[in-house]
Design a protein around this ligand. Structure first.
Ligand code: HEM
Length: 590
C-alpha cells in the first residue's frame, strides 16, 4: 500500500494526493490517482503554467502505515504537500530553467532539444534576465552560462576576448577543421587572420567577388527562377540558395566552379559531405564526449558519417589544390584572384608544395568554405522570406532598387555610346552590381533586421580561462563554457520593445535617413565583434545584396503563410526547406 502524491499540469487539478494501490490513467495526462484523494485547485494561470511545467513528472510514493488509518495518512499527505509546494516555489523563484536533483536541467534541455534557441529565449524572458546558468550533470559536458546580454557580448568577444577562447570542447568537436583559422589560437591564428584580411580588403578581390556574383546570378540563378516561373513549378528556395552560395563561395575561395547550380541539379559530393559533417559536429556538441569518442572509435552512427565526409572533403579539396599547383607551374593560372591563389602567391616566388603545406592549404579552403557557404545561404534565404512576407518592406526595397537602376542608366547614358554595353545588351532581366547597391540605406537596414531576427549563425561558444564577473553581474567560474545566443538577443522585448518580433528595417535608420551606426555597433552581433569577428562580413553583405536584389526585383516570390520551423543545427536553416512559387514581375519600370 502506497500513498501517492502526483503533481500534474491538468487544468484545475494542480495537485492530487491519493491513497491506494490502484493507479489509473486519465485522458492524455499520465495521472496516477486512486479512489480517495485531495484535490487542491484555484491557482492562477501564470503560476500554473510555470509550476505545471516543473511539476509534470513529479510523483511521490509514501509507504502507508495501514489502510485503515486514513486521517493519519491525509495529515501526512498535507504536510508533505506543503513541503513540496515550498520546494516548488523556490524552484520557480530561483531556478528557471527547472533543475532536478542529480540531473539538473538536463531533462528540460532534452525536452527542448528540437527548439533550443526558442527555449533559451523563453527562459530569458521568464527570468527577466539576459543570462542564466544551465546546470547539467558533470558527465554530460553540457554545463553552460547562456547569455544574450549585449554588454556581455561586448565584454566576452571584445574587451576581455583573451579570457574567452573557443576552448577545448570546440577544438575537439571541430577537429575536422585541422589547423585552419577557426580552430587556431595565438600566433598561428594571427598569421592566418593577417593574410586573409590583407586579401579580403584588396580592390582586386572585391572586384573578383562582384564579377563572380554577377556571373552566377545572371547565368545560373535567374535562368533557373525564370524556368520555374514559366513552368509554374514549386521550388525549394533553401536548396536553390545553398547551391548558389556553394558556387559563389567555391569560385571565390578556390577559383573553380564545381557546378552546384547546373540546371539539372546534379548531386554534389563535396556539398553533401559538408552537410553530413555539420550534422555530426552538432551531435558532438550536444552529446557527452565519452559517448561520441566511443562511437568514433567504433566508427558507427554519426561518427561513421563524419569520417566518410572528412575523407570526401579532403579528396575534393586536395584535388583542387593540386590542379591549382599544375596551373601555376605551367603558367596558365585561371581565377588568379581567388583566395587560394592569393594565399599561394603570398609565399613569394618559390611556393612550398610539401605535404604539410598542401594540408595547411586544405585546412584554409575547408575553413573558409564552412565559414562562408551555409551562413551566407541562410542569410540570403531568410532575407528573401522575411521581405516577401512583408509587402510594405518589399515595396520600399523595390523603390530603392528602381532608383538605383535609373541612376545607373543615366550614368551609362552619359558615357560614349560605344561603352554602352549595359544599354545595348538586351537582358531579359535587371541585375545589379556592388556599385549600384552598395549605398542603398533601406536595403542595408533590411538585411540587418533580417539578421537580427534570423542570425545565420545563431550562437557562439566560448570558454572562460579565468573566473570573471560579466557586466550584468553574472559570475563566471574558471573553465566554464559560455553560450552566446545571438538568436535570443534579437527577441527580447526589454531590448527592442514589444514589437521585437516584427520585421522593421526602420529600426536601423536615423530620422535623417542615414544608417544608425551607433545602434549597429552596440546591438548588431550577427557577425560577432572584436578580434575574431567575421572576416567575410563585407563579402556576405555583398552576396545577400546582389542575390536578393536580383531575385526580388525580377520576380514575385510567393512564400508559404506558415512560420517555418527551425532545423536544430549550427546554422539557422529551415526544417523541410522553403517551398516557393515565382512569377516574373509584369513591369520593372526604369
Ligand atoms: C551571413 C553570413 C555570415 C555570417 C552570419 C557569419 C558569422 C560569423 C561569426 C558569428 C563569426 C565568429 C565565429 C566565432 O567567434 O567562433 C564568423 C567568423 C568567421 N567568418 Fe563569417 N559569417 C558569414 C559569412 C562569412 C563569409 C562569406 C566568409 C568568407 C568567405 C566568412 C569567414 C569567416 C571567418 C574566416 C571567420 C573566423 C574569423 C577568426 O576566427 O578570426 N564568414 N563569421
Amino acid at each position: 500500500m502506497f500513498l501517492i502524491i502526483h503533481l500534474t499540469t491538468h487544468p484545475g487539478h494542480v495537485l492530487r494526493i491519493s491513497r491506494d494501490d490502484k493507479y489509473r490513467r486519465i485522458g492524455r495526462e499520465r495521472l496516477l490517482y486512486s479512489q480517495s484523494y485531495i484535490n487542491i485547485t484555484g491557482y492562477d494561470h501564470g503560476f500554473h503554467g510555470e509550476l505545471g511545467r516543473t511539476a509534470e513528472k513529479m510523483t511521490f510514493f509514501f509507504p502507508c502505515v495501514s489502510s485503515a488509518g486514513s486521517e493519519y495518512q491525509v495529515l501526512v499527505a498535507i504536510i508533505v504537500f506543503f513541503l513540496c509546494l515550498r520546494w516548488l516555489f523556490r524552484q520557480k523563484k530561483q531556478q528557471i530553467p527547472p533543475s532536478w536533483p542529480l540531473l539538473g536541467s538536463l531533462p528540460a534541455l532534452v525536452c527542448n532539444m528540437n527548439r533550443v534557441l526558442d527555449w533559451w529565449t523563453d527562459v530569458f524572458i521568464s527570468l527577466g534576465k539576459n543570462t542564466f546558468y544551465l546546470n547539467c550533470p558533470i558527465f554530460s559536458n553540457l554545463n553552460y552560462v547562456v547569455t544574450c546580454h549585449p554588454k556581455n557580448f561586448e565584454h566576452i568577444l571584445k574587451t576581455k576576448a583573451d579570457n574567452y577562447p573557443k576552448g577545448r570542447s570546440f577544438d575537439e568537436a571541430f577537429d575536422v577543421l585541422g589547423d585552419g583559422i577557426f580552430n587556431a589560437e595565438s600566433d598561428s591564428w594571427l598569421a592566418q587572420r593577417k593574410t586573409a584580411k590583407s586579401i579580403f580588403t584588396t580592390i582586386q578581390f572585391r572586384r573578383f567577388v562582384n564579377d563572380t556574383l554577377q556571373t552566377v546570378v545572371d547565368e545560373k540563378l535567374l535562368p533557373l527562377l525564370a524556368r520555374a516561373a514559366r513552368e509554374g513549378s514549386t521550388l525549394d528556395l533553401q536548396e536553390l540558395i545553398m547551391r548558389f552560395t556553394f558556387d559563389v563561395i567555391n569560385i571565390t575561395i578556390s577559383g573553380k566552379d564545381l557546378g552546384g547550380l547546373y540546371e539539372d541539379f546534379p548531386s554534389d559530393v563535396l556539398s553533401q559531405a559538408i552537410d553530413d559533417g555539420q550534422e555530426a559536429i552538432l551531435f558532438r556538441l550536444s552529446t557527452p564526449k565519452p559517448l561520441w569518442s566511443l562511437l568514433r572509435l567504433l566508427r558507427v552512427g554519426p561518427e561513421k558519417k563524419l569520417a566518410k565526409a572528412w575523407e570526401t572533403a579532403d579528396g575534393c579539396i586536395v584535388d583542387l589544390i593540386l590542379r591549382k599547383k599544375e596551373q601555376l607551374l605551367k603558367g596558365i593560372e585561371s581565377e588568379a584572384n581567388s583566395l587560394l591563389s592569393n594565399h599561394i602567391r603570398s609565399q613569394g616566388e618559390n611556393s612550398d608544395w610539401s605535404k604539410a603545406r598542401v594540408m595547411f592549404l586544405r585546412d584554409m579552403v575547408l575553413n573558409f568554405f564552412l565559414a562562408g557557404r551555409n551562413t551566407t545561404a541562410a542569410g540570403v534565404m531568410w532575407f528573401i522570406w522575411a521581405v516577401c512576407r512583408n509587402p510594405r518592406v518589399e515595396e520600399k526595397i523595390l523603390q530603392e532598387l528602381r532608383l538605383a537602376i535609373s541612376r545607373k542608366q543615366s550614368k551609362e547614358g552619359s558615357k560614349d555610346s560605344s561603352d554602352q554595353e549595359y544599354k545595348n545588351k538586351q537582358q531579359p532581366w535587371s541585375t545589379f552590381d556592388l556599385d549600384d547597391v552598395g549605398d542603398l540605406v533601406y536595403l542595408h537596414a533590411a538585411i540587418c533586421e533580417s539578421l537580427r531576427l534570423y542570425p545565420a549563425q545563431p550562437m557562439n561558444l566560448k570558454s572562460a580561462i579565468k573566473g570573471d564577473v560579466l557586466p550584468d553581474g553574472s559570475v563566471v567560474k574558471p573553465g566554464v563554457k559560455i553560450m552566446i545566443s545571438m538568436y535570443s538577443l534579437g527577441r527580447i522585448p526589454s531590448i527592442w520593445g514589444n514589437d521585437c518580433l516584427e520585421f522593421k528595417p526602420e529600426r536601423w535608420i536615423l530620422p535623417d535617413g542615414t544608417l544608425d551606426n551607433d545602434k549597429i555597433s552596440k546591438l548588431f552581433f550577427a557577425f560577432s565583434t572584436g578580434k575574431r569577428s567575421c572576416l567575410g562580413k563585407n563579402t556576405a553583405f555583398a552576396i545577400i545584396k546582389l542575390a536578393a536584389a536580383a531575385v526580388i526585383f525580377n520576380f514575385q516570390v510567393q512564400v508559404p503563410e506558415d512560420q517555418p520551423v527551425i532545423k536544430p543545427g549550427i546554422m539557422l536553416e529551415m526544417k523541410g526547406g522553403l517551398k516557393i512559387k515565382v512569377k516574373e514581375r509584369a513591369s520593372r519600370p526604369f
